[in-house]
Write a protein that binds this ligand. Structure first.
Ligand code: GLV
Length: 321
């Protein structure tokens, strides 16, 4: 019997055939597998699983799917997977880094521009028939030149955002929990507190962990300069959405650009009513090229493990081999 692979949601770019040509393949095409029971019922006795960021893979799944050798997440983030359980079960866990860096950094800049230049609001304004001629004081936004961008998390995506922001004439400051960060950019490292106090725009690019939920809570966001913008293309729970709404209402913040939400896919109702926020449906990596490359990398990870090789982009590797 060939090994079997369970793909928890359809992939793109026709890459599933790489699996079906060699192994037994099952693809889930129905309602999202959004809880562990549904995920484990689907994966069952498969040898490998490709998961997406909305498929929780915790101890329940790993206990109920004893044949699993690899969980290949089709995302750079892996906060949906319990890495400790995977480690203790001697599994491979893989992700899809690098291939989505540019697309996510581009979208971050799009959100920075959309919020500071009121692009979505201006589009709504025109479509509502309110554009009755050019005026000197119409739809004034904020310029980026000489403003400070504070990047929280200076990994691959954070650095790609820095590169782009520098070309817009921004000053870039950054913070990271890692003590060693290699970079070659005119950008200054600060601690989080210092960064918040000087950032006209703050953008999050760190992974979500057990210890950084609400990294941007009310107290921290109050440290930002008046009228600052908050951009989040990382993970929703990094920002306290209720506090964000309060600070927008009070006029302490100038706006927010969000691609991710605390309780995705639902979005805080008060955000939906606001003109000073731009809300996107988690499309950071959503280009045809990037999503195809992500799917291909997830498949390559699975094939490598099933053929007895090390996968190209491991997050967790079995120690007893
Ligand atoms: C998307 O959010 C990802 O982690 O790839």
């Amino acid at each position: 019997m060939p090994p079997s692979v369970a793909i928890c949601a359809p992939l793109v770019g026709g890459v599933e055939s790489v699996i079906s040509d060699r192994y037994e393949l099952r693809v889930h095409r129905g309602e999202v597998l959004g809880d562990e029971r549904a995920v484990s019922d689907f994966i069952g006795d498969a040898d490998a699983a490709i998961t997406l960021l909305f498929n929780p893979v915790g101890e329940t799944v790993l206990r109920s799917c004893p044949a699993l050798r690899v969980v290949a997440n089709c995302a750079v983030g892996f906060d949906n997977i319990d890495l400790d359980s995977a480690r203790s079960r001697q599994l491979w866990v893989t992700n899809t880094p690098d291939v989505l860096t540019d697309a996510t950094a581009d979208l971050t800049l799009a959100l920075i521009l959309a919020t500071t230049r009121r692009i979505v609001e201006a589009d709504r304004f025109l479509r509502a028939g309110r554009f009755d001629g050019w005026k000197l004081d119409m739809m004034l936004g904020r310029g980026l030149q000489s403003k400070t961008l504070g990047i929280v998390g200076f990994g691959r995506i954070g650095r790609a955002v820095a590169q782009r922001a520098l070309s817009f004439g921004m000053r870039v400051v950054w913070t990271d929990t890692s003590s060693v960060v290699e970079y070659d950019l005119p950008a200054e490292r600060l601690d989080l507190d210092q960064l918040l106090r000087c950032s006209d725009v703050v953008s999050l690019h760190c992974p979500l962990t057990d210890s950084n939920r609400h990294l941007l809570d009310e107290e921290r966001m109050r440290k930002l300069p008046s009228g600052a913008f908050v951009i989040n293309t990382a993970r929703g729970p990094l920002v306290d959405e209720q506090a964000l709404v309060r600070l927008l209402k009070e006029g302490i913040l100038g706006g927010a650009g969000l691609d991710v939400y605390e309780s995705e896919p639902s979005v805080e109702a008060e955000l939906l009513d606001r003109e000073d926020v731009v809300l996107l449906p988690h499309i950071g990596s959503a280009t045809e090229e990037t999503r195809t490359a992500m799917a291909k990398l997830a498949v390559d990870n699975v094939v490598a493990v099933l053929e007895g090789h090390d996968p190209p982009t491991p997050v967790v590797r079995p120690t007893l081999r």
